[in-house]
Ligand binder design. Structure first.
Ligand code: PLP
Length: 241
């Protein structure tokens, strides 16, 4: 990653908090209705510690093995004791042992196969896992996420067959070329999907995880309750997996 100093990371973090305040005001929404998830993938553990010491509680990781290693590294750090970890990357069914019951929220449940694997593992552990359904909002062939058309059946399966999964809402990752305001119709679509699920299945589904560095203001305007921000806090990531 970049050679950014702790004061620089902290300054960036504070600037993101200010912009998030502004986005909430502009949307006429209370700030407490939008949670910031600081996305620390490909960033060193030390950068996490800096932001945690500044008061950040929710952190998101995208790669299961990297997250396991980073959390181990931070386990003795008093600044990181109260961190709530979020898994925001794709999880393969064979990796469920490292994920089930280990996250405050898994944002990327996207198939019946993964739901079944998680449920089996959670049953064995006697644990529960809060999850969001990741939706492939623009029907992109290369992207993970459930197809909008499969949402009803998948939700039904989780509600009826997976008592150890707590379904809290939906998540999306719009096409990269639709950054900023251009992403807004995708966010509106996720909101509408949630509303229709709500009324058809009589579920609360309070959470909408949408919005990143380039488009979080638009996501907040369309009803995001969780925004996932990496680059604007930690700087450009150098390596790509
Ligand atoms: C990397 C990532 C983010 C953060 O993106 P930035 O543009 O760096 O803010 C958010 N969500 C997911 C799913 C990601 O993989």
């Amino acid at each position: 990653m970049n050679a950014q100093s702790p004061p620089e990371i902290k300054r960036r973090y504070e600037s993101v908090l200010e912009r998030l305040d502004a986005a909430c005001s502009a949307a006429g929404r209370p700030r407490k209705g939008v949670k910031l998830v600081a996305v620390s993938k490909q960033c060193p553990a030390q950068a996490v510690s800096v932001i945690a010491a500044a008061g950040q509680v929710d952190f998101g990781e995208s790669y299961v093995q990297e997250a396991v290693k980073k959390r181990e590294e931070l386990s003795g750090d008093p600044a990181c004791e109260n961190i709530r970890w979020h898994m925001i990357g794709h999880v393969q069914s064979r990796k469920v042992a490292d994920v089930a019951g280990a996250y405050a929220l898994l944002h990327t449940l996207d198939s019946r196969k993964l739901a079944a694997a998680l449920e089996r593992r959670l049953t064995a552990l006697g644990a529960r896992q809060a999850v969001l359904l990741q939706i492939n909002i623009a029907d992109e062939p290369q992207k993970s996420g459930a197809a909008p058309g499969d949402l009803l059946v998948l939700t039904d399966y989780i509600m009826n067959e997976c008592p150890h999964l707590e379904l809290g809402g939906l998540m999306c990752l719009p096409p990269v070329f639709d950054a900023g305001e251009a992403a807004r119709p995708h966010f509106a679509r996720l909101y509408a999907l949630r509303e229709s699920l709500r009324s058809r299945l009589n579920l609360a589904l309070p959470e909408l995880s949408m919005g990143m560095s380039g488009d979080f203001a638009a996501a907040v305007a369309e009803g995001a309750t969780l925004v996932r921000i990496g680059t604007d806090i930690f700087g450009e990531r150098q390596s790509k997996h």
